[in-house]
Design a protein around this ligand. Sequence first.
Ligand code: ATP
Length: 326
Amino acid sequence: MGKIKKIGVLTSGGDSPGMNAAIRAVVRAGIFNGLEVYGIRHGYKGLVNNHIKRLKSYSVSNIIQRGGTILKTARCKDFLTKEGRKQAYNNIKENELDAIIVIGGDGTFTGATVFAKEYNIPIIGLPGTIDNDLYGTDFTIGYDTALNTVIEAVDKIRDTASAHNRLFFVEVMGRDAGFIALRSAISCGAEAVLIPEIETHAEDLLDYLEDGFTRKKSSGIIIVAEGDQSGGAFEIAKKIEKDFINYDVRVTILGHIQRGGSPTAFDRVTASTLGVAAVKALLGGEKNIMVGLQNNSVAYVPLEKAIKHHKTIKKSLLDLVKVLNI
Ligand code: ATP
């Protein structure tokens, strides 16, 4: 691989607040270092279909504060096929791109790893997902904003729960991981949290709630990750409601509100730091790595490691929820 002169950037998979700040950082850091930067639209779909356009510094003006992604994102079936990836590589050659930076989650990095094994193109991954489920980085871009969105919503639900003496099951995003659920449960002072990583026993939860009720807890919030093994908030609420008549039970599914909104300061700084670091990594000859944050410093992690290793939840955080709800 010769000197890097032209790079492409794309956002892929589920969108997350702060993706725009990351695009801006990549574009500006690239131009700062004398590179030409190209935006690839709709994730891998844009690579396959050749939707690739030069971005200038002004192309990314006024986007740091916006959720979503100006490059759009998509899930691309064609990229799962050899022919699709060949087409993508042909377009990379046609546009004379020397490297690409992909912003996304687990699936995006899996695609990047497969592609990098087939074709000699340096790829750098930036962790862009609200789920915070990527190994090798303490935080992903968008996680903090999603958490703050959950907190704002649950604080409001808490008001009405308390006014009516109700028990609310609030479902948050997290099909495979309970990071959003766990941290938001602590932040909202939830009575309990149910996450995919730990099997939920309705009987235990019932005992716990009854115990709280006898200690005069007149209302409550249970945060449920959508991937919890009990089947989500509606399912567990049904089981509890049947056997526990002390509370008036309600369910709220927060849904896609968690993906949108203006990124928090933390996500903007993370996205800016990692975007600049990704360009620096490419110029330093790095390839096929994720640029993440570890102990508040930039860290390089092989993409393969980021997707193969499982990020575990902190058991100590679960204990916090219990201790703080006596
Ligand atoms: P999120 O964590 O928000 O869901 P993600 O990056 O995990 O984001 P996915 O939809 O899983 O989102 O993956 C994004 C895209 O990556 C897929 O649509 C597909 O084009 C590509 N991809 C995923 N897995 C593979 C694979 N095994 N081979 C090739 N491409 C893949």
